[in-house]
Every structure is written in structure tokens, then in C-alpha cells.
Write a protein that binds this ligand. Structure first.
Ligand code: AMP
Ligand code: MG
Length: 316
């Protein structure tokens, strides 16, 4: 049986409250959601995605009252960030409430939380009044979905319902911020520029502590199409692969290649981020032999784009 697709909030809420899964739209990417307080429902997320149990989920809330049921404390810096950027593409890693089952956080005593800026996601969270654990709605390790159709293509046979909120407006996952020794650290660059976060909390350092119980590099390969991906000097790669069909991903330039997808001819980095995953999927499904991508400016959303491309290119 394949998933229903539509805008029926009541149907989505009913399915979720019965302990089943629904794919939901957010401004970043589509999520595969379950009631965060129901450990059996959350286990289904890991099964459907074939996601390893050591990779914790982000919990989605519709506001501060709901947040207080999920976290143990809200430090002042976290509150300042929420006030500035929620709802929006910013996940905060905070001490967890004992009510959140261990499976959600992979046994960590912290939980990643965010308030999504998507009207349907917020309406659903309010109707249900349960926090939703939701990673991206794709098989583990593959490119994240930015349309309901992307979700249907890969998980359509495994879940009952996809809430269709149109194409994602941000298009890359949330920026994840936590605290080490009381100082803010970056766990993942994403849809909210680090520069904007630093305007609120000052310098944010790269995280140094190994939080996830994995060997370094184990989830280095991620967001990855099936085809080989090369990132960097496009002209050199095109010369080296002159006899192959090369699908190129460029920021504003056009390259003379078998296919070239220029993400944002006008130089708008937000537009480039919004289109990135869709273009990766298209080229993966095309007759291209390999995918070659430019490196983007290492600032603003360019940081998140480079991170995703680097991991798409990492050897499995
Ligand atoms: P996603 O697959 O987009 O839902 O992203 C989930 C990611 O959030 C995980 O892979 C972790 O990198 C990060 N994350 C979630 N919870 C935590 C946590 N408690 N501590 C550190 N990172 C977390
Ligand atoms: Mg993911």
C-alpha cells in the first residue's frame, strides 16, 4: 500500500497519536515524524530509515510551553537564540527531560530541539500537542527530501501519510548549536547562517567533544547520491573526465559540460541552498556518470552547502 499525500492535518494528527509515522513538511527538509514520547513509534523511524541507533533525532515543538516538557533547563543564551530565530532553521542541544525516551537521544542526556517555520508543521504540532521526533524523511545516508514527491519516491511504500506543504523554502537542514563548558559550539552548519547566531551569542567555536558514540568518520559520508561526487576545481575535473558524462553543479557560472545546473545565476546563496538537494537527486537519476560540484563561498549558507557537498563526496 502506498502513502496518501495531502494537506489533511486531522488525518496526520490521528495517525501520529496512534503511534504511526507521518512525513511532514518543514522549511528545511521534509521530516519523518513520530510522537517523541512514544518509544515504539520512534523505533519505527529508525527501522523505516534504516538509521543506526547511535544517531539521535531532533525533537520539534510549537512553542515555549511544549519545549518545557522536552528539556530540563533553558539557559539564558539558548533563550536569547530562541527569541531571535524561532520558529526557524536552528536546533539547540539542551539537557533533556526524563520524559524523553532514550531512543530519541541515542542515550545522550541532551536533546536537540527546534521550532520549525512551516505553517502546516506548526498547525499539526498545535493540533496534536505532542512533540514530534523527526529526522529527514529519506533512507539513512541519502540526499534529504525537499518535496513531498521526493519522500514518496523513496518511502512511499513504508509510511501511511505524507503531509504535503510544497517545496521547502530553506532546502538544507537546520544549524545545530550546543554548549561545551558553558560556551556555544557548532555541531552542524545549516540553514541559519553562523554569522547571525554570533550576533546574539558571540563567537561560536567548532565542537571538539565527541558526543556521538561512533568512530570518527563513520557518518562522514552522508547526504550522498549513488553516483560519485567530486567537489572543487570543476575545470580540472572536467578535463580529467573528458570522455564521461559529467553533471555539474555550479553556483553562478555556466560550465561547458554534458549537463550543467547553475543553482543561482544572480548569486543568491539562499536560492542555491534551496535548489541543492533537488538538483543532486536529478543528476543522480539522470544518465550522468558522475557529479562534479563547485566549492561555494565559505560564509553564510555557503558553509552548509559546502558541508553537504563534502559529505556527499566522502567515500563510503
Ligand atoms: P537529522 O538527521 O537532520 O535529523 O539530524 C540529526 C542530527 O542532529 C544528528 O545526526 C546529530 O548530529 C544532531 N543531534 C541531535 N541530537 C543531538 C544531541 N543530543 N547532541 C548532539 N547532536 C545531536
Ligand atoms: Mg538526515
Amino acid at each position: 500500500m502506498s502513502a496518501g499525500i495531502g494537506q489533511d492535518i486531522q488525518r496526520a494528527a490521528a495517525i501520529l497519536s496512534e503511534g504511526d509515522l507521518v512525513a511532514i513538511p518543514t522549511e528545511t527538509v521534509y521530516g519523518l515524524a513520530a510522537n517523541a514520547f512514544n518509544a515504539d513509534a520512534v523505533l519505527r523511524i529508525f527501522q523505516v530509515k534504516e538509521r543506526p541507533a547511535f544517531d539521535p533525532l531532533i525533537v520539534h515543538v510549537h512553542g515555549m510551553e511544549q519545549l518545557e516538557r522536552v528539556v530540563a533547563t533553558v539557559p539564558p543564551e539558548a533563550e536569547a537564540l530562541m527569541r531571535a530565530f524561532w520558529p526557524g532553521p536552528l536546533t539547540l542541544v539542551l539537557p533533556k527531560s526524563p520524559r524523553v525516551p532514550d531512543i530519541v537521544t541515542s542515550g545522550l542526556d541532551t536533546v536537540g530541539v527546534r521550532m520549525p517555520a512551516h505553517p502546516l508543521a506548526l498547525e499539526l504540532l498545535r493540533a496534536l500537542d505532542l512533540p514530534l521526533a523527526a529526522p529527514s524523511a529519506n533512507p539513512f545516508g541519502y540526499v534529504s527530501p525537499t518535496t513531498a514527491q521526493h519522500v514518496a519516491d523513496q518511502l512511499g511504500e513504508k509510511i501511511p501519510y505524507i503531509l504535503d506543504g510544497g517545496p521547502c523554502t530553506v532546502g538544507v537542514e537546520s544549524t545545530i548549536i550546543g554548549w561545551e563548558d558553558g560556551l556555544p559550539v557548532l555541531y552542524r552548519p545549516g540553514g541559519l547562517a553562523l554569522e547571525r547566531i554570533e550576533e546574539v551569542v558571540g563567537t561560536v567555536r567548532p565542537h571538539v567533544k565527541q558526543v556521538l558514540p561512533v568512530a570518527p568518520g563513520m557518518i562522514e559520508s552522508h547526504y550522498a547520491p549513488r553516483k560519485p561526487v567530486l567537489v572543487g576545481d570543476v575545470d580540472r575535473f572536467l578535463r580529467e573526465h573528458a570522455d564521461e558524462r559529467c553533471g555539474v553543479i555550479a553556483f553562478r557560472n555556466v560550465h561547458d559540460a554534458w549537463q550543467c545546473e547553475t543553482l543561482a545565476p544572480n548569486g543568491d546563496i539562499s536560492e542555491a541552498a534551496r535548489r541543492l538537494f533537488g538538483v543532486l537527486r536529478e543528476l543522480d537519476a539522470s544518465a550522468a556518470d558522475l557529479i562534479i560540484a563547485e566549492r561555494f563561498p565559505e560564509e553564510g549558507l555557503g558553509r552548509a552547502i559546502n558541508d553537504r557537498l563534502r559529505r556527499a563526496a566522502a567515500k563510503r
